[in-house]
Design a protein around this ligand. Structure first.
Ligand SMILES: [Zn+2]
Ligand SMILES: [Zn+2]
Length: 569
């Protein structure tokens, strides 16, 4: 990690010097660029080299550079870098991230047109002033626009749901590469954060086959470009612009490396403080007591070396999990294998892409006992909500299907609108015919919806409140509700709160799941699938529920069908 940070700093110092354009800095620029490359491809941490006084023996690291590296390890910063950063306008750093723009060109644009940010660059291209500069034209402008697009797609964080299945597919492909024994995602993906930046994958296996392993990664069909590729680390960009880094570590360091690269930063800082008090030091290469490495193979043994219970990655947020682990009070969290069915999904009867039979067969493949087909209700016309008449036809098809299916039961369900006044979009005599009634808010997101939802929970036929906050990650904020009132009411009426796993939802939010659990609320983890493929988002939902400290006993769709029927009000 330190290697990457330092390489970035030396690269940036070179960029800044080039931008400043003093001809006497020529050699310094070259030296910084070279050292960045050297450090990035070192097989061991510079920290270790410094500690063992071997830094100056590395080819390409002279006296002056070595002093700067030592300064960084000692103080966490390099004075020259801090001074250089102050010598250029802030927006220039944005421009450095555009791959088709070099520092010299940035300087020219800055001096001649006053371009000092990405926004200013876009403007200069749009109004044509850039194209008029000597040596530039429509073609170079086009190239810069392409560069802007790439830098944009690489810097933005995405909702985890939009990359979840793709990353799983990539891991499955990597597991087949010769020499790899295991691959695990690290970072925010492993912690199941709601958004992710670059994806970090950690692999271990036969270190003698590292070249082969890296080639196998570069050759995956979804790879668009290779950014860097060394023996222990390769970075690629996928066809949809996602950066993925694969790091190869020795099997006996896999646990400490995984712990290190999983984070979160807050969790690891807190852990290091505890380690320090015990005379221990933690790094990606192992947990050390003095000189002796006491743990490194597995994460379990790493946490045990600090006298702690293993902490699942989803809990590593430094919000009480470390104290709980010290008291061995972390509960056994829900797992994907505990899930027996899905209580929220859509078919072609409303706005789904597949027939009920296709959905049922896909759910059967996942090993489910039951799947609720909860198509929309009459009010939601944009989603082809079902009239009372079409509801009857659907029931007929569903009964016939259940006779045909051997291993799975299709539950007759509805996702019924909660109307603005809190009433339910089907009358009670219809509602009582359903096995599963999920009631959801699909309108008026700008108002306080507390009373509306509370009224819906009072309806004896409503089993589940769907996506309780209505948020869409990056698109729509949660509407206003008084969570305490909602949780109290849900506990009183025995209404289940949904943990919705759809791409942009992840709703309830993790901290509210934890809060609702304190009120003794029950949950259902649902995929809200509109396609057969997205049934698999259940796994993300389970991981999200774990972030809220959910256990098997809190989740109704971890029950066998007969017990589920009894558990629902
Ligand atoms: Zn919905
Ligand atoms: Zn839905």
């Amino acid at each position: 990690m330190v290697n990457q940070e330092l390489a970035k700093i030396f690269n940036q110092m070179a960029e800044i010097l080039e931008f400043l354009g003093d001809p006497s800095d020529r050699f310094r620029i070259r030296a910084y660029q070279n050292v960045a490359l050297t450090i990035e491809s070192l097989p061991e941490s510079v920290e270790k080299l410094v500690a063992e006084d071997r830094l100056r023996k590395v080819k390409g690291i002279g006296q002056g550079i070595a002093a700067k590296i030592e300064e960084y390890i000692e103080n966490g910063e390099i004075e020259e870098y801090e001074l250089l950063k102050r010598a250029v306008p802030k927006g220039i750093f944005e421009l450095f991230t555009v791959p088709t723009l070099g520092p010299k060109r940035i300087k020219m644009l800055h001096d001649q047109l006053g371009v000092g940010s990405i926004a200013a660059l876009k403007k200069a291209i749009a109004d044509g002033s850039l194209q008029k500069l000597p040596g530039l034209g429509e073609k170079s402008a086009q190239k810069m626009l392409e560069g802007l697009e790439i830098s944009n797609s690489l810097t933005e964080r995405r909702s985890i749901g939009t990359v979840f299945l793709a990353v799983k597919t990539m891991i499955a492909a990597l597991e087949k590469c010769e020499g790899i024994s295991r691959v695990v995602p690290a970072g925010s993906f492993r912690r199941a954060e709601e958004t992710v930046g670059d994806i970090d994958l950690l692999a271990s296996g036969d270190m003698n086959k590292s070249k082969k392993i890296m080639k196998c990664f570069r050759d995956l069909p979804l790879v668009e470009r290779v950014l860097v590729s060394g023996e222990t680390k390769t970075s690629i960009v996928t066809k949809d612009g996602l950066q993925v880094d694969l790091r190869l570590v020795a099997p006996d360091e896999f646990g400490s490396a995984l712990q290190y690269f999983t984070g979160s930063k807050q969790h690891n800082v807190a852990l290091r403080t505890i380690a320090k008090a015990r005379g221990m030091k933690l790094s990606e290469y192992g947990f050390f007591k003095g000189e002796k490495r006491v743990a490194s193979k597995t994460e379990e043994e790493c946490y045990a070396s600090l006298n702690m219970q293993y902490i699942p990655p989803e809990l590593r947020t430094n919000t009480g999990e470390i104290q709980a682990a010290q008291k061995h009070a972390i509960p056994k969290l829900i797992e994907l294998k505990d899930i027996r069915g899905d209580l929220h999904s859509h078919s072609k009867w409303s706005d789904g892409a597949n027939t009920m039979e296709e959905m049922a067969l896909a759910a059967e493949k996942l090993g489910y006992e039951y799947l609720a087909m909860t198509d929309h209700s009459q009010n939601l016309r944009v989603a082809r909500g079902l009239s009372l008449e079409r509801l009857k036809e659907k029931k007929k098809e569903l009964d016939a299907l259940n006779k045909k299916l051997k291993k799975i039961t299709i539950l007759f369900g509805t996702e019924v609108d909660i109307l603005p006044d809190g009433s339910i979009d089907y009358p009670d005599n219809i509602l009582k015919e359903f096995d599963i009634v999920v009631a959801s808010v699909h309108s008026r997101f700008n108002q306080d919806n507390t009373e509306r939802i509370i009224k819906a929970m009072q309806n004896p036929y409503v089993h589940i409140i769907g996506h309780p906050s209505g948020r869409l990650i990056g698109r729509r904020k949660p509407y206003q509700i008084d969570y305490e009132k909602i949780f109290k009411q849900a506990a009183n009426t025995g209404t289940v709160l949904e943990i919705n796993s759809q791409y942009l939802r992840l709703d309830l939010q993790d901290f509210y799941i934890r809060e609702a659990k304190r009120w003794k609320c029950k949950f259902s983890i649902d995929s809200d699938s509109h396609t057969t493929a997205s049934l698999e988002l259940m796994e993300l939902g389970v991981r999200w529920a774990r972030r809220g400290w959910c256990e098997k006993k809190d989740v109704v769709n971890a029950l066998e069908l007969e017990k589920l029927r009894k558990a629902l009000k």
